[in-house]
Design a protein around this ligand. Structure first.
Ligand code: SAM
Length: 429
């Protein structure tokens, strides 16, 4: 999500300010930090990163420094108090107002703060997306209304708001016309999408997926992230009827213990989660599943953790983003007594990661010798003949290719495997 937002910030500054991106901070007229506050570590990093920009500002008083994203949304004007050399503070929903913020900063000489949530206005003010690869991200909704007890997102990104169907359709069509073949629909909970249709009714996510899949030129459709509570039977059935829908689902489960899931306010039990997976596998037997886990949520016992390990094994995830619980100010869980010692949490995290890595190793082994449709993504920085591409199930494979391959769909035979890395040979290239 933040990667997408950063791209949009660059688009806005290019379109309205004529700016180009640079990797060298000392050459920049404007430096923007796009921040994340989902865990404490990410939040604290912002201030140390900002400190490193201070000498640049001293050397070049015309340099403007901005902080966007969820830390900006949460801290607002406090950022300017803590780091007075910051010129602009803006949230995820006001990044399209960057040109106005820059102008106001230049004319007033005062730092500008705008962390409001002006609903869906943002998308009407963003420049037309420019395709830069065979694959493109399209945001279909903003915010989150789930209010999980551990999570800061509803407070930093606002409530769920879906983009209207026609807006999403036009953006996807424009990208396909530019040669894009794979679209990833983005949102905090994409399957909660309920955008307005032209007839005034609201559509659902299954409808959106089916409608986009009919578009000529689209070869693969992905989405990130979805919520178990909204894995409707219509969406599950879409996996049967829509071959363009990728055989990969990232479905955050967080815990395998019903007690912890209830304390997290996730809205499902471990059995309900497994039932979704069973139905999905019935219609898409080769679907690759990945998930998010929070380890050491307040009150997590060894028994709770073992339920998480058991669920990870039973579902047979291919990869997981797993993190130790980080109390977030303003969330209900931050006030819950947390008695699990840090070393116990660290040891549990390691056990879970070892479990998932062992599973990933077996899945990789099963791919050995198979020929897979791969969307070529990027050349290696070190060797331009070395390419990386993504399988339908979302795994990355490295192989030797030619410069004209970028953005193409090619057949690759998998020749070597490690738990999370594959190597292959291009077939008939
Ligand atoms: N909306 C999706 C869902 O909850 O199903 C995922 C989006 S969430 C912003 C991304 C991930 O960050 C979560 O799935 C969770 O594992 C992790 N996360 C969120 N808050 C956290 C916290 N306080 N401590 C540790 N991890 C956290």
């Amino acid at each position: 999500m933040n990667e997408y937002d950063s791209g949009k910030m660059a688009d806005v500054l290019r379109a309205y300010e004529g700016m180009e991106q640079t990797d060298a901070p000392e050459e920049a007229d404007v430096i923007l930090f796009n921040t994340c506050s989902v865990r404490e570590k990410a939040q604290e990093k912002v201030f140390s990163d900002l400190g490193r920009m201070r000498p640049l500002k001293m050397a070049n008083p015309n340099l403007l420094i901005g902080v966007g994203g969820c830390v900006a949304s949460q801290e607002g004007g406090t950022i300017v108090k803590r780091a007075p050399y910051v010129d602009m503070v803006f949230g995820p929903q006001t990044l399209h107002r960057l040109p106005q913020l820059l102008a106001a900063r230049r004319t007033s000489g005062q730092p500008q703060v705008d962390i409001s949530f002006p609903e869906i206005e943002k998308f009407d003010h963003l420049p037309q997306p420019q395709a830069t690869a065979g694959s493109a991200l399209v945001s279909i909704m903003e915010g989150c209304s789930k209010y999980c007890s551990f999570c800061v997102v509803p407070y930093t990104r606002g409530e769920e708001v879906s983009r209207p169907f026609v807006d999403v359709l036009r953006e996807v069509q424009s990208l396909l016309a530019q040669g894009v073949v794979e679209i990833t629909l983005l949102g905090q909970n994409v399957n909660a999408w309920c955008g307005a249709m032209e007839d005034g009714e609201n559509g659902d996510f299954a409808f959106l997926v089916q409608a986009l899949a009919t578009l000529e030129g689209l070869q693969r459709l992905r989405f990130m992230t979805s919520h178990p509570k909204e894995m409707s039977s219509r969406l599950i059935a879409t996996y049967a009827s829509t071959p363009k829908l990728s055989s990969h689902l990232h479905l955050p489960v967080q815990s395998g213990s019903d007690r912890i899931l209830a304390a997290m306010k996730r809205g499902y039990t471990a059995l309900e989660y497994k039932s979704i997976i069973r139905k999905l596998r019935a219609v898409r037997p080769d679907i690759m599943l990945t998930s998010d886990f929070i380890i050491g949520f307040p009150g997590e016992t060894e028994r709770d953790f073992e339920a998480t390990l058991a669920l990870a094994a039973e579902v047979d995830f291919d990869a997981a983003y797993s993190f130790i619980y980080s109390p977030r100010p303003g969330t209900p869980a931050a006030n819950m007594p947390d008695e699990v010692p840090a070393e116990v949490k660290a040891e549990r995290l390691q056990r879970l990661q070892n479990r998932v890595t062992a599973q990933a190793q077996v899945h990789a082994q099963n791919l050995l010798g198979s020929v897979q449709k791969v969307l070529v993504e990027r050349a290696s920085r070190k060797d331009t003949q070395e390419w990386a591409g993504r399988l339908d199930n979302s795994r990355i494979v490295n192989f030797t290719g030619t410069p004209d391959m970028a953005g193409q769909m090619v057949d690759v035979k998998i020749t070597e495997v490690w738990a999370y890395t594959l190597r292959g040979e291009c077939v008939a290239c």
